[in-house]
Each structure stands twice: as structure tokens, then as C-alpha cells.
Design a protein around this ligand. Structure first.
Ligand code: ADP
Ligand code: ZN
Length: 527
């Protein structure tokens, strides 16, 4: 075993030019080299690739890497070849002749690593080919793609359990940066790896400063954030829709910040060109849907900004994790508001999937909302979500640690919102969205208020002590706390099972104070 270890270290020096293994790498590599199965959870940038590349170099035969990142295979293989590693790939972008060359190299034992798209494994011809060569290790990259509940589900991953059945003597290593306990369990079960050893690296990314600001005029807020803290820096801006990606990129360019759009509606050539520019140039901003970023290895991404709410904490963690892979100070910045909550709830309700799927999606969203609304350390909340113990004293590098938010007793305000919803429904048989509810509370005689006689309601004008922005904050937090719900395609507000306790004064409702000026503008970033 010691011989194996030193061989691993020798390969690290000789091939990759690094001095030492990082974190869990050594333990993982030793385990796999000696023939054990491994499930590896490591944050993005943690160094997962070496965990299978070194065993592939040390063990006899070819390491077969299953990866969904077809667009990156050519680059990965080129990079390895530049280091003198004999690497090849097989995917749908190749023509017949190119594939024949790789197949011949594999059969002749001339490959250290073979990258394979999961859909190729479905083919009998591919399985036969693999059976005729010698395989040192199977690596299953982005293993969370096997999870049907996750945002990156790939049906082809479900058949990867056949690897263990057909090649029981070849060690397998599954790797991912996504790691709730549920995903973890699913990976182990679906890939058929009950005896695998689990290696879990810390999910803390201390150099990333987490900040979530109330959304007012998001593009302008973004522009200020970039001008004040990240002028000339490379970064990623995530938006929910293609349309807002295009508009935001345009807006940034008009205001002197060089930005390119990236989403599935652009043709493949444009997407590839924009990605290549982002990787090569300094200080370029990519405005993108979540279609962008999986597998992108750019160390000096200084910020990740979200203009819309991610669907889950896993998604948020993965997207923000693309910042600061070089370990230098970086910012994860997000603008978040009432419409995000309404929009995401509507998407879940109108989306595909059965009742169980919707329930899971709502649970994911609840966890994300709790992170947005917390008055405690955000990093602590993130780490706790991934099952790690946070520092009880706080991290000192997130907005809630830097500028602790104030809370106030929102019980009466909550009762006013809820009783307006009740009145409309009981007395009028009507359901309305947040805008109308707030107009009624503020006593505004808008056209729509007049049209429905809502100025005749007893609750009309009972909320003049708060501003519109403050009421939006109240409604948003009630939605986040499950004291109010969104229904149907118009996003009307309805009560939940928990609302009654508030109306009957059996339950207090502490709320987070909406900062007059976003807390983030006052705090100084690490740079
Ligand atoms: P992941 O796949 O987990 O996101 P990578 O395998 O791409 O991470 O590694 C991230 C970066 O860290 C790469 O640039 C890689 O070369 C570097 N790296 C990994 N392991 C080491 C090490 N032991 N010493 C120095 N650099 C390393
Ligand atoms: Zn903190």
C-alpha cells in the first residue's frame, strides 16, 4: 500500500507539478488505488479531478470517466495531453473516423483516461468495446445527475448501476459538489454502491462573502455593486429568463461594463464563443441562465450575482461556488424580493410533475427562502443545511454578520394582511394578489380598488403606518414563513393552515426590518 501511495505522490509531482495533495485527496486516491469504491463530495474547486486521474495513472489499464459535460471534453483532453497524459474521449460531437482512432487506442492499452458521455454507455457497441479492453477505474463525474429530484437530472445516469454488475472487479468513484443527505443517499443507492467509502470535504468557502439585498431596481443595484466593488473583474450574473439575460447584458454594456449573454436560446456557436471569451479574457462579465457554468474552471471569477432567486440551496451553493476558486476574496451577491417568491411558487404549481414532486420543490424553495430571510449568519445557515456544524459566533464575512439586521414585532402587521385576505374571500368570495392587498391596506383609491368597491371594506386604509416597500417586505416574509400562500397562475394570496394561529393572536410574528438603504451598500467587501 505504501508503494502505491508513493507512486501516487510521484505521479502528482511528475505529471501535474504539484507539491502535495489537498484535503481528502490523498485518502480518496489511496482507497481507490487499492481497489475500493468511493463516493466523494467536494465543493467546486476542491480538486475532484485528481481523485480519479491519479488512480487512472497508477493502476494498470484505462480510467473511464463518465461525464455529462460533452462541451468540455475536448478541452479537458487537450489539457491532459499537454501534460503528457494519454487521454481520449467519445461523444456525439465526433465523426466515425475520430471515434475509430480512440477505440483503437483504448483496445491497444494506449490510453490512461477515456472520457465518455453517459448516452454512449447505453449502446451495446460501447459496452462490448469496454469489455474487450482493460479498465483501471470507473469515475462517475457530476454524480448528482442521477438524482431525479435534483436540477441536473440525466436519465442516462440511471443505467450506470450496470458498471458494478458487469465489471465487479473495477473500482468505482462517484464525485459531486452537491451534497444534501438525500442526494447523497440517492447516489449510493442508484449507482449500486452500498459498500463505497464516503469522503466528505468541508463545504465552507471562507473567501466568498455572502450577501442578499432587498430587490428594488435590480439592474441598477447590480450596476452600483459592480462599479463600487468589482470594476474590471470577471464574474457571472444569473437571471431566470433568457429575456432578462439579454436585457441585463445590454444594460451593462450600455453602462460601460463589458458583458456577454449565455442561454439555451442562443445558437451553439455563439454560446461556445462567449464561454471561450469568458475563460480567456480578463474582466468579462457573463450574464446567463443556469445553463451556464457546470464544469467551468476559471479560477479568478471575482463575483457571482443573482438577479433572481435560485430554486434551491443546492443550486445557490453550486452557482455561487463558481466564485473565488483561487481562494482570493470574492462576493456572492443576490437581489431578492417579493416577486421572486410569488414567481417561484407559481412556477412550481404550473410546472410538470406530480404532487410529490411539487412538495419536494416547495421544500427546496422553503430552505432557500429561509436562507434569504435569516437574521443569523448566512454561512452558518448554508453549512448547517449541508450537515456541517457552523461557528456559533458567526463567520464575520457575510452581510448578516457584518451588519446584523434588526427585527421587529410584525404580529399586528401580519394580522392586517391576513384579515384583508380573509375579508376578501369570506365577504366577497374574491382572491387577489399582493398588489391589491397592499393598495387596500394603504387606502389607495386605484382604478382596480374602485372597480371592486374595495374602499368599502372595513380593512381599507388600516395599514398607513407602513410604506409600500415595508408592506411588500411583510407579505414576502409571511410567504417565506408559510403563513400565507400563493395560488394559481395569477399568484393570488390565500391563507395556510398556520395562518389561523396568527389571526387568533396565538402566535407572534417576528419580522426582519427592511433596511432603508441596503445593508450591503454600507459594508465594505473584502477587497
Ligand atoms: P473540482 O472538479 O472539484 O471543481 P478541479 O479538479 O477542477 O476541482 O480542481 C480545481 C483546481 O485546483 C484546478 O485548477 C486544479 O489543478 C487545482 N488543484 C487540485 N488539486 C491540487 C493540488 N493537490 N495542488 C495544487 N492544485 C490543485
Ligand atoms: Zn456570517
Amino acid at each position: 500500500m505504501a508503494v502505491m501511495e508513493s507512486e501516487a505522490l510521484a505521479a502528482l509531482h511528475r505529471v501535474f507539478g504539484y507539491d502535495a495533495f489537498r484535503g481528502e485527496q490523498e485518502a480518496v486516491i489511496e482507497h481507490v488505488i487499492t481497489g475500493g469504491d468511493a463516493v466523494v463530495l467536494m465543493p467546486t474547486g476542491g480538486g475532484k479531478s485528481l481523485c480519479y486521474q491519479i488512480p487512472a495513472l497508477v493502476r494498470p489499464g484505462t480510467g473511464v470517466v463518465v461525464s455529462p459535460l460533452i462541451a468540455l471534453m475536448q478541452d479537458q483532453v487537450d489539457a491532459l495531453r499537454a501534460l503528457g497524459v494519454r487521454a481520449g474521449f467519445m461523444n456525439s460531437t465526433q465523426d466515425f473516423d475520430e471515434r475509430r482512432v480512440v477505440e483503437a487506442e483504448f483496445l491497444a492499452g494506449e490510453l490512461d483516461l477515456l472520457y465518455l458521455a453517459p448516452e454512449r454507455l447505453r449502446l451495446d457497441s460501447t459496452q462490448d468495446l469496454l469489455s474487450r479492453g482493460k479498465i483501471s477505474v470507473f469515475a462517475i463525474d457530476e454524480a448528482h445527475c442521477v438524482s431525479q429530484w435534483g436540477h441536473d437530472f440525466r436519465p442516462d445516469y440511471l443505467m450506470l448501476s450496470l458498471l458494478g454488475e458487469r465489471w465487479p472487479d473495477v473500482p468505482r468513484i462517484a464525485l459531486t459538489a452537491t451534497a444534501t443527505h438525500a442526494t447523497h443517499r440517492e447516489i449510493t443507492e442508484r449507482l449500486g454502491m452500498p459498500d463505497a467509502r464516503h469522503f466528505v470535504a468541508s463545504f465552507d468557502r471562507p473567501n466568498i462573502q455572502y450577501r442578499i439585498v432587498p430587490k428594488a431596481d435590480p439592474r441598477k443595484q447590480l450596476l452600483n455593486f459592480l462599479r463600487e466593488e468589482h470594476a474590471g473583474d470577471a464574474g457571472i450574473v444569473y437571471c431566470l429568463s433568457r429575456n432578462s439575460v439579454d436585457k441585463t447584458a445590454e444594460f451593462l454594456n450600455r453602462n460601460g461594463i463589458e458583458a456577454v449573454p449565455y442561454h439555451a436560446g442562443l445558437d451553439a456557436g455563439t454560446r461556445a464563443a462567449h464561454q471561450a471569451r469568458f475563460l480567456r479574457e480578463e474582466g468579462l462579465v457573463v450574464v446567463a441562465t443556469i445553463a451556464f457554468g457546470m464544469g467551468i474552471d476559471k479560477p479568478d471569477v471575482r463575483f457571482v450575482a443573482h438577479l433572481d432567486l435560485p430554486k434551491s440551496v443546492e443550486g445557490y451553493y453550486q452557482e455561487t461556488g463558481r466564485a473565488g476558486r483561487d481562494g482570493l476574496p470574492s462576493t456572492a451577491w443576490m437581489a431578492y424580493g417579493l416577486n421572486d417568491v410569488i414567481q417561484q411558487r407559481k412556477l412550481i404549481q404550473s410546472g410538470e410533475g406530480d404532487e410529490a414532486f411539487r412538495r419536494r420543490a416547495n421544500q427546496h424553495l422553503d430552505a432557500m427562502l429561509a436562507l434569504c430571510e435569516t437574521v443569523r449568519c448566512r454561512r452558518g445557515q448554508l453549512l448547517a443545511y449541508f450537515g456541517q456544524d457552523p461557528d456559533p459566533a458567526g463567520c464575520g464575512n457575510c452581510d448578516t454578520c457584518l451588519t446584523p439586521p434588526e427585527t421587529w414585532d410584525g404580529t399586528v402587521a401580519a394580522q392586517k394582511v391576513l384579515s384583508t385576505v380573509v375579508r376578501l374571500q369570506r365577504e366577497r368570495g374574491q382572491k387577489f394578489g399582493a398588489v391589491q392587498i397592499i393598495d387596500i391596506l394603504l387606502g389607495r383609491r386605484t382604478a382596480k380598488v374602485i372597480q371592486f368597491d374595495h374602499d368599502q371594506l372595513s380593512v381599507f386604509g388600516i395599514g398607513e403606518e407602513l410604506t409600500e416597500a415595508e408592506w411588500r417586505g411583510v407579505v414576502r416574509q409571511l410567504l417565506a414563513q408559510g403563513l400565507l400562500a400563493v395560488e394559481g397562475e395569477y399568484g393570488t394570496l390565500v391563507l395556510t393552515g398556520a395562518s389561523g394561529a396568527v389571526l387568533r393572536r396565538e402566535r407572534e410574528v417576528p419580522l426582519r426590518k427592511e433596511p432603508k438603504k441596503p445593508a450591503a451598500d454600507r459594508s465594505t467587501s473584502g477587497r
